[in-house]
Design a protein around this ligand. Structure first.
Ligand code: CO8
Length: 374
């Protein structure tokens, strides 16, 4: 058995940003258009008028201030309200592979590795732009890694589940070095015309290199232990899929073919699952919560993270103990906890313990205990 370690991480942040104010101006213009177009039905009570959104509500309910997106003009156009990403020919690099590679190059640089040193690529994300061939295999070819690649999807928990798979493969020796990437183009999956959720997501790509600790060329984070849990719930759901064309009317623009959630229920039900996961994981590995120097949590909602931190530590965490990146990136699904880790781990010192935890649709939750070495 070999000790697996994280030796590099990378974050690719799309250039275009949208503030809450910009988002609300576009949404409200869309709502006004909708209400004017459906004035007669609204008057007759057969269609509900769309009320305005509010930047103040968004910040207070979620902690989000802005988000990065791959295309801003399309989704801020009140008559369109979804991103405009031109189709690419089959012999051009796919958009998910392209952004994953940008993050991967940063992670490989940090680890001091060439792409050819990698012998497995995992593309772990909430959405994949096509059914096959796997995005990971395309990344393998474009980057020039060896071995094999495969895609996996555990929604917001994809990265921690991906780290578990990668760490287990390195531990047993079936591969020596894994590149695990999380290209999340959440803007393609969000209903920007729905006031309840139009502010939630942003786009980003993250990458993590996991290899044998003995191969590390610099400081590293040993993966001490991983744990994953799932529990079926319909409270975060998307009914899109390959059987869509088999249903009558299945090709229509149906609301349930995009991200849907019962936000309040998710909040209430997921917090105890995450608290139980982290607490029991630490206890089973012989650690106390107070041993943790840092918690890198999934970035969905600031109040939710504050509550989880408080439950796990038994006190209000200091800001540096539980960094949030949500205000700048919004919810970037599986990439959120990896951004938090990547941007807030360099100051830890030899022996420090930290924990990455993600949670989301499924429900699913993953916990990764890390120890900084040198
Ligand atoms: N502006 C003004 N008012 C609003 C707005 C708005 N934009 N939206 C809602 N309101 C109103 C509502 O109508 C409601 O009014 P009333 O009380 O009169 O009925 C009131 O404000 C309160 O609404 P909510 O109860 O919906 O508001 P909450 O306080 O619950 O906040 C949140 C909503 C922010 C969504 C919150 O519930 C939350 O964050 N919950 C946690 C959700 C979560 O963690 N989800 C994880 C999902 S992500 C994941 O797992 C990955 C899935 C796959 C990713 C796919 C990529 C796209």
């Amino acid at each position: 058995m070999y000790q697996p370690a994280i030796t590099g991480t990378g974050v690719f942040t799309p250039e275009e940003t949208i503030t809450n104010d910009e988002l609300v101006v576009a949404y409200n213009a869309h709502a006004d258009l909708f209400n004017a177009e459906h004035a007669a039905e609204i008057e007759a009570g057969t269609v509900k008028a769309k009320p305005h959104s509010s930047a103040e509500f968004i910040f207070n309910a979620s902690g989000i201030e802005r988000r990065n997106v791959m295309n801003k003009s399309g989704l801020l156009d009140p008559a369109r309200m979804y991103p405009e990403l031109p189709p690419r020919a089959d012999d051009e690099p796919g958009i998910m592979a392209e952004i994953a590679i940008k993050a991967a190059k940063i992670a490989l640089d940090e680890a001091g590795l060439e792409a050819s040193d990698i012998d497995a690529v995992i593309c772990a994300a909430s959405n994949h732009e096509r059914a096959y061939p796997a995005i990971a295999v395309e990344i393998q070819q474009l980057l020039g890694t060896g071995g094999f690649g495969f895609d996996m999807n555990v929604a917001c928990s994809s990265a921690t589940f991906g780290i578990q798979v990668a760490a287990d493969m390195v531990r047993t020796g079936s591969v020596r070095r894994v590149l695990m990437v999380n290209p999340e183009i959440c803007s393609g999956h969000l209903e920007w015309r729905d006031r309840d959720c139009h502010f939630i997501f942003g786009d980003v790509a993250t990458a993590v290199v996991i290899e044998r600790a003995e191969d590390a060329k610099g400081p590293r984070f040993d993966v001490i232990s991983t744990r994953c849990v799932t529990q079926f719930s319909n409270n975060i759901r998307n009914n899109n899929g390959f059987l869509r064309r088999t249903r009558d009317g299945g090709m229509e623009d149906r609301r349930d073919m995009l991200f849907m959630q019962e936000g309040r229920r998710v909040f209430k039900q997921v917090v105890p699952i995450v608290n139980e996961l982290i607490t029991s994981h630490l206890a089973d590995e012989g650690f106390e919560a107070d041993n943790l120097k840092r918690l890198w949590l999934h970035q969905a909602n600031k109040t939710m993270n504050d509550l989880i931190g408080k439950k796990v530590l038994g006190r209000t965490p200091e800001p540096h103990e539980q960094p949030n990146i949500l205000q700048d990136y919004a919810n970037t699904s599986s990439a959120g906890s990896i951004i938090a880790f990547s941007q807030n781990s360099a100051d830890l010192v030899d022996g420090d313990l930290g924990l990455i935890c993600s949670f989301g649709a499924g429900y699913s939750a993953g916990s990764v205990i890390l120890r900084r070495v040198a």
